[in-house]
Design a protein around this ligand. Sequence first.
Ligand SMILES: Nc1ncnc2c1ncn2[C@@H]1O[C@H](COP(=O)(O)OP(=O)(O)OP(=O)(O)O)[C@@H](O)[C@H]1O
Length: 219
Amino acid sequence: MTSWIQANNLTSIRQNRTLFAQLDFSISAKDLIQIKGVNGAGKSTLMRYLAGVGQAVEGDLKISEAFALYDGQIDRAKVLYLGHLPAISTRLTVLENLRFLAQKSGLPYDDASLFAALKHVDLIKFLDQSALALSAGQKRRIGLARLYLEQRNIKLWLLDEPFTALDLQGVAKLELRIDEFTKQGGAVVLITHHQFEHPDLKTIMLGHQSQETMYVDDI
Ligand SMILES: Nc1ncnc2c1ncn2[C@@H]1O[C@H](COP(=O)(O)OP(=O)(O)OP(=O)(O)O)[C@@H](O)[C@H]1O
């Protein structure tokens, strides 16, 4: 199968410190990939690079035609990136926040689909409540509700710490949703310190002790 993204020789140097170097990996349909490494290893830096934000990575990305917009560039309309902070406005209600996030992420939505998504993350009772009064887990759930909207063109999810602050039931539901998306042909790259048990989970390991600690398996 042709890879959507083939990364070759990626290097990131920040403040004179090499986070990772000569990193190779690929991302294909149905892949479930976890970026692993200690705090500060460069996991978010790498994910932000794949998401097209942040400048701290150099190297070569080969993009397949299925994933390219033009000229070998990633078609950003095919990527949904959820950063490690919930990005919630406390001035808006739960529903208004999701509407805003859906719009920002380029996802199609109407009120019925927003309601359905909020039901999936158990926030339907809080629709019109100000986000100011929500718990950390509930704020996280607003952002995750995007995963239940119609994905239309989206092929790749980039999820930075999506399990943070979720209760056990929330974790189980998110694991199921990730599994479902990959089975439907999408790919997921995630960063998590949660022990995600999945038979198809691949790993991109970042280490900053020495270059020998950097490896990618199963690709
Ligand atoms: N905007 C920035 N400017 C300069 N250095 C930065 C910036 N953002 C992060 N760094 C540095 O880059 C390194 C890697 O950060 P990054 O957030 O990618 O690590 P991480 O592996 O995701 O860590 P964690 O597990 O703690 O979230 C850190 O040493 C951090 O201090």
